[in-house]
Write a protein that binds this ligand. Structure first.
Ligand SMILES: [Zn+2]
Length: 116
């Protein structure tokens, strides 16, 4: 699909504008791309933390559609037709990366043992 990102998170993989500068999530969508994500039917999707302590919740048109954080993390999101997934950010907030990036980065993290 040709998604590219910088290891230092300086570039948004969707719009190629400034990224979120996260080395932990280098392919994180910039805030404006994150706000523009839609579901597979093209409905605009809102991403929230469930509470102060975190968790992830997904709403469409103001209606909660995720049953749990796990459910929300597996919900297919699209940014410019690129399939993405959201996750709870480490210290609250929400991070969205292209599915391909999650797969590559998760694999890299496992193989090096480089976690937190
Ligand atoms: Zn962007």
């Amino acid at each position: 699909m040709g998604i590219t990102w910088s290891p230092d998170g300086s570039r948004c993989p969707i719009c190629a504008g400034p990224g979120r500068q996260s080395t932990r999530h280098p392919a994180a969508l910039c805030e404006s791309c994150q706000e523009s994500v839609v579901d597979q039917n093209g409905n605009s999707v809102q991403l929230f933390n469930e509470s102060f302590s975190g968790g992830l919740e997904i709403s469409i048109s103001g209606k909660k559609v995720s049953r749990s954080t796990d459910d929300a993390e597996n919900f297919p999101l699209y940014a410019k037709r690129i399939e993405c997934r959201a996750r709870e950010y480490r210290f609250g907030g929400v991070v969205v990366q292209p599915l391909e990036a999650w797969n590559v980065l998760d694999k890299a993290e496992r193989s090096t043992g480089f976690g937190d």
